[in-house]
Design a protein around this ligand. Structure first.
Ligand code: PSU
Ligand code: MN
Length: 305
């Protein structure tokens, strides 16, 4: 027998055994791959505080010293804030077997870890999706398959606006993922103040969202659900402004020959520089807001148990 197993922190496992609310968080967004320093620490602090303010236990996922972890405490935060290797779901086994020092988990690997630990709600910024030009590059984030597969609700501000959003939504439909807009008619576009693609379904309240989660459970659907919340209005960026910057960023990535897993971190960084960090401010705001929403959902689901 090998000893490859997921290490769930005492705090998280106690909360789960007592049916207390727990929300999983990924670590890529908090690493240098997702946000520049010191905004990454601010994001981690604000997201964690948002969960704690609702009495929810944060369960940050990561690979540390070759161990897949669910729930890391504050003394270990510096590890994920520093240099890290991106760990999608397919890299998890690799990172464990090869004992990677610090693996930053993406949406897909976090969902696997959350599901194995028995956590029902996961919060992130914007999910990955179908990249523009995917018809030739074939670049489709493994986030989508993982959202469909794992029995976890992902709370997000839609998908990153530099993706091909209509195709991302089509793909989610193909995978049979319920896509719900909380108080919004349009699929949120990450840091953009208002999207313009109609969302498949709108819900008004957290209670309604929880009811949909329970109905899916009762029907024996074992996959995930995508709950979308727009970036708070005061921090959202203008669509026309972002469209222009995105076009330049993608052009630049293309010219530099950036492909595969490197595309998302490269484009995020380019946009942060080009917007003089307004995109970073929006990213922090939406990540915190998603954590607040996820916290409310986790509380609602835990009450009904
Ligand atoms: N959203 C952010 N920042 C990020 C990401 C998403 O605001 O860094 C990361 C997430 O970890 C997501 C990943 O799972 O990008 C998707 O990468 P790719 O497109 O290579 O699958
Ligand atoms: Mn990709």
């Amino acid at each position: 027998m090998n000893s490859f197993q997921i290490r769930v922190s005492d705090e998280v496992s106690t909360a789960l055994s007592q049916h207390k609310p727990v929300v999983a968080l990924e670590s890529t967004i908090f690493s240098h791959l997702g946000l520049p320093s010191p905004a990454n620490l601010e994001a981690l602090t604000r997201c964690t505080a948002a969960l704690l303010s609702h009495g929810v236990v944060p369960a940050i996922t990561a690979v540390l010293d070759g161990v897949a972890r669910v729930g890391i405490d504050e003394s270990e935060w510096p590890l994920i804030l520093g240099p890290a290797k991106k760990v999608g779901e397919r890299e998890l086994g690799l990172a464990v077997a090869q004992r990677w020092a610090v693996g930053a988990t993406t949406v897909s690997s976090s969902l696997l870890l959350a599901a194995r630990a028995g956590i029902r709600v996961f919060s992130t910024g914007g999910i990955g999706g179908v990249h523009r030009g995917a018809e030739t590059s074939g670049d489709i984030s493994s986030d989508l398959g993982a959202i469909a597969q794992h029995h976890v609700v992902t709370v997000c501000a839609g998908a990153k606006s530099f993706l091909d959003l209509p195709r991302t939504l089509e793909y989610l439909e193909t995978l049979s993922v319920p896509v719900l807009g909380l108080g919004c008619d349009f699929f949120p576009e990450f840091t953009v103040e208002r999207g313009d693609i109609k969302i498949p379904a709108r819900v008004e309240t957290i209670k309604e969202l929880a009811e949909i989660v329970r109905a899916n459970d009762a029907l024996g659907r074992n996959g995930g659900i995508l709950a979308c919340v727009p970036v708070p209005k005061k921090d959202g960026l203008l669509k026309s402004f972002m469209d222009e910057i995105t076009a330049t960023a993608l052009n630049d990535a293309n010219k530099q020959g950036i492909t595969g897993a490197a595309v998302t971190p490269y484009v995020l960084k380019f946009i942060a520089n080009a917007t003089h960090d307004a995109s970073v401010k929006a990213n922090l705001s939406l990540a915190e807001n998603n954590a607040l929403t996820a916290a409310q959902l986790a509380v609602e689901l835990s009450i009904a148990q």
